[in-house]
Design a protein around this ligand. Structure first.
Ligand code: SAM
Ligand code: SF4
Length: 370
């Protein structure tokens, strides 16, 4: 794996399925160390509403799930959560929600302006599918980044998982965001039912060809209130970690999070695992290079990630942002959860960074002879 940019689909499938991934993880972490050092950027996520018009098969917030207690935070609550993030050393705040049927575009714009007026933070939006005019409006209001995961680039799988939408539309939106000057993030859910290693390999290659500033892989975690809820067999955290490492090798300067889904699937040891982790290879990981034995976030960082995205959603509602089991279920206060996360990072040898943490992808593109 000396020339990472030359990785083929075959190489990637092999790396996803090989009996051992120790050298993959150590190569990805070494590259992350070269580019970002040991600093880890913190992004505080304000999950400000869980109403959604969509019916993504995998997501607990889908419109058809009537068991969800729906909420919308008011402006004051949102700004309070943002102040908390800024005061606790988070250089970026992410405003995230379900996809509202009648999204209040003006209100989001006003919030972005107010956040930028009050704080020296980058603002990321993660609100789903909107018209180009709306994305442009939010950018004009000062939004810096947008996160729109394609989930999978496989046409048939995407259409099945996200009824009423297509990959072509989703990718076109990602391109629109890039054209509008957002630092743009996308990503996939690994291990979706029907996703083969070959599909995931193609997703990895496709995402890596898009010139993204941020790329995320979260393992699929079945939610009992969805049509995929019966898929309780296992969460394949191993595959998500390998995909994270491969994305690092292919995208040296991109911001790559150790996703919250990794931590939900594999909480730090003392909090008890909530879901069975599928891969029997996990039991064999005792090499010095193995990221196992720690929480999912530490494992993601050991596989080359450089970002963590803790929820700073108010305690009153955070449990109701139940995308998948284990999400936002920590018993302690937001303040305590953030304190513990920073301690975990330090304990694992990283430095929580309060920097805005722009992507370094451009540096590598500029150096690219092509
Ligand atoms: N509604 C917006 C959208 O879909 O782009 C943003 C919020 S959505 C809840 C954020 C992300 O949650 C999705 O992009 C998807 O990758 C992830 N997600 C939803 N359900 C999941 C599940 N069961 N397992 C893993 N990730 C999941
Ligand atoms: Fe809605 Fe996003 Fe969940 Fe799909 S993934 S149901 S768009 S919140």
């Amino acid at each position: 794996m000396s020339d990472n940019t030359a990785l083929t689909e075959h190489d990637i499938v092999h790396a996803l399925c090989a009996p051992d991934a120790a050298s993959l993880y150590s190569a990805a972490r070494a590259l992350a160390d070269d580019v970002f050092g040991r600093q880890v950027f913190l992004r505080g996520v304000v999950e400000f509403a869980n109403h959604c018009r969509r019916n993504c098969l995998y997501c607990g917030l889908r419109a058809a799930n009537t068991d969800v207690e729906r909420f919308r935070l008011d402006d004051e609550e949102i700004l309070h959560a943002v102040s908390f993030a800024a005061a606790h050393g988070m250089g970026t705040v992410v405003l995230q929600s379900g996809e509202e049927a009648q999204g209040d575009v003006r209100r989001v714009g006003a919030l972005v302006r107010e956040i930028k007026r009050r704080h020296n933070v980058a603002v990321t939006l993660s609100l789903g599918d909107y018209a180009e005019d709306h994305y442009r409006y939010w950018r004009d209001c000062g939004a810096d980044r947008y996160l729109l995961k394609v989930e999978t680039t496989d046409d048939a799988l995407h259409a099945r998982m996200r009824p009423g939408t297509t990959v072509t539309e989703r990718l076109a939106r990602v391109e629109t965001l890039q054209r509008l000057g957002y630092e743009t993030g996308s990503g996939v859910i690994s291990g979706l039912p029907g996703m083969t290693p070959r599909i995931l390999a193609r997703d990895i290659l496709r995402l890596s060809a898009m010139g993204l500033e941020m790329i995320a892989v979260g393992p699929f975690i079945p939610h009992p209130g969805t049509p995929l809820g019966a898929e309780r067999a296992a969460v394949d955290i191993e595959q998500a970690l390998r995909a994270t490492a491969l994305l690092r090798l292919l995208n040296p300067g991109a911001n790559i999070p150790a996703t919250s889904a990794l931590d939900s699937a594999c909480p730090p040891q003392d909090s008890g695992t909530q879901y069975p982790v599928s891969d029997t290879r996990l039991n064999n990981q005792d090499s010095a290079h193995s990221p196992y034995g720690k929480g999912g976030r530490e494992q993601g960082l050991a596989a080359g990630a450089n970002v963590v995205m803790p929820s700073v959603t108010p305690e009153r509602v955070r449990r109701n942002y139940a995308i998948y089991p284990g999400k936002n279920t920590v018993q302690c206060s937001v303040t305590e959860a953030v304190r513990q996360l920073k301690l975990r990072l330090e304990h694992a040898g990283y430095q929580p960074s309060d920097a805005i943490g722009a992507s370094l992808s451009g540096r590598f593109r500029a150096a690219d002879p092509m």
